[in-house]
Design a protein around this ligand. Structure first.
Ligand SMILES: Nc1ncnc2c1ncn2[C@@H]1O[C@H](COP(=O)(O)OP(=O)(O)OP(=O)(O)O)[C@@H](O)[C@H]1O
Length: 235
């Protein structure tokens, strides 16, 4: 049976305790299938970052259930001990800023995670060059990070997120600093990568330029999600 890449049920997150407690997630449900790119949209303070951090096993939910690829990761508590390995091997992160390592060249920025996962340096660099080629920055593979434009750096950060072939990528405002053309190019690449690697991609965004491109959108308001079919406009 085909398993969802991400499935969460009634996920809750409370920050703090007592009178000052904040219920950031009040019972969130979400399902994302392999190869899908879904949008996560909502006003400031609605819980988007909190949900993304829970999905990325960066913070611990307070209650609920979460499975990745059919494996139960959280069921009222963490169900696995080694969250660091889970994050390294099964979840790719793309942020608003690329956060590349300035003293490594472009190839090694992408090859680093596979190397840390135990893949030989030669194999990791080969994989990095293939990904950079797929993302149309292959010609910058030997360059220093500082020599790249903002859009090129963001594409390198997407290559890095894909470098361990994770089943899930979490992207937090990945197009915010980019102009319209480059933002749509990043979305096109995310869609291609989702299809090619059957990766499930969740994109948190306020970006009006890219919202019409999603086939499915989760709106989050006051700590709860509401699903909507998107326009899925071709880019
Ligand atoms: N570490 C924290 N401690 C206490 N409250 C927090 C913490 N982080 C977030 N919150 C609160 O949880 C709620 C949801 O915050 P979150 O950052 O998830 O929202 P968001 O939708 O990502 O907002 P934005 O679009 O402004 O980044 C807000 O009320 C916020 O003040």
């Amino acid at each position: 049976m085909r398993e969802p890449a991400i499935h969460i049920e009634n996920l809750k997150k409370r920050y703090g305790e007592g009178d000052t407690a904040v219920d950031a997630l009040k019972g969130v449900d979400m399902t994302v299938w392999p190869g899908e790119v879904v949008g996560l949209v909502g006003p400031s303070g609605s819980g988007k970052s909190t949900l993304l951090k829970c999905l990325g096993a960066v913070i611990e939910p307070t209650a609920g259930r979460m499975t990745l690829g059919g494996h139960t990761i959280f069921d009222e508590k963490w169900m696995i001990n080694d969250l660091r390995t889970l994050r390294r091997d099964r979840i790719g992160f793309v942020f608003q800023a690329p956060y590349l390592i300035p003293f490594l060249d472009v190839t090694d920025n992408v090859a680093l995670l596979p190397m840390l996962a135990g893949i030989s340096n030669a194999e990791a660099r080969k994989r990095a060059r293939e990904l950079l080629g797929a993302l149309d920055v292959g010609h910058r593979a030997m360059a220093a990070v500082s020599q790249l434009s903002g859009g090129e750096q963001q594409r390198v950060s997407i290559a890095r997120a894909l470098s361990n072939h994770p089943p899930v990528i979490l992207a937090d405002e990945p197009t915010a600093p980019l102009d319209s053309e480059r933002a749509l190019s990043v979305v096109r690449i995310l869609n291609q990568m989702a299809e090619q690697f059957q990766t499930a991609i969740v994109v948190v965004t306020h970006d009006e330029k890219i919202i019409p491109t999603f086939k499915r959108i989760y709106h989050i308001r006051d700590g709860r999600t509401y699903e909507e079919a998107g326009e899925g406009r071709h880019v």
